[in-house]
Ligand binder design. Structure first.
Ligand code: 5GP
Length: 195
């Protein structure tokens, strides 16, 4: 069992609706030393690849993305959620359905911050159905930049996002992949990974 899986077992709580709460170290209170350890693991997994930007989506991806970006020595760009998008041609726009809030947001990234020269590592805290990742991938595509891969802290492997993204041919590295979780018993099981 790796250090991310251990922390999930120790502090994560399973809620109804297939939601895992990790508020004590990732999503509300943040253990920065732990973030940095996860960032080093992403650096190890994507070592040797050219990466010029780390891209995430607000809000909960920003902290881990900052730590990953420091490892690679590159800037972070986060897609902003926006109620009214001003389609002035200055931004890339994608529609993303929020897994936890069940509503669709338009997310935008200014054209100033991703260009066709960029090699982008996309990072987020969770992967469920893959809407957030697909939205971010479409923004990188629209910019004519390269998606080097996707780094996820916690993939819920029993939901379809992981299959979708891997089937599209993208490299997806998840620090923990949950195979099952049960809101009644609190039990969480992980997929074995050879990394
Ligand atoms: P997806 O777009 O893959 O369906 O969902 C991913 C997004 O929803 C992530 O950005 C994350 O913020 C949120 N999310 C999905 N599942 C969970 C979960 O079980 N717990 C928490 N805290 N956030 C989740």
């Amino acid at each position: 069992m790796n250090f991310v899986e251990e922390r999930i077992l120790k502090e994560g709580t399973v809620k109804a609706g297939n939601v895992l709460k990790v508020d004590s170290f990732l999503n509300h209170q943040i253990d920065v030393t732990f973030l940095d350890a996860m960032a080093r693991e992403f650096k190890r997994r994507f070592d040797g690849r050219t990466i010029t930007k780390v891209l995430t989506i607000e809000t909960s991806g920003i902290a881990i993305a900052c730590s990953v970006a420091r490892e690679f020595g590159v800037p972070v760009v986060f897609a902003k959620k926006s109620k009214s998008v001003n389609l002035d041609g200055e931004s890339y726009v994608a529609e993303v359905e929020s897994y936890t809030h069940k509503k669709t947001n338009q997310v935008i990234v200014s054209k100033k911050y991703i260009s066709e020269e960029d090699h982008v590592l996309i990072v987020d805290d969770f992967l469920a159905n893959g809407c957030a990742l697909q939205g971010l991938i479409s923004i990188v595509d629209a910019a004519g930049a390269e998606v080097v891969g996707c780094g996820i802290v916690i993939e819920k492997g029993f939901q379809e996002g992981g299959h979708r993204i891997r089937n599209l041919g993208f490299r997806l590295e998840s620090l923990a992949i949950i195979d099952s979780m049960d809101a009644e018993t609190g039990a969480v099981t992980f997929r074995e990974q050879n990394t």
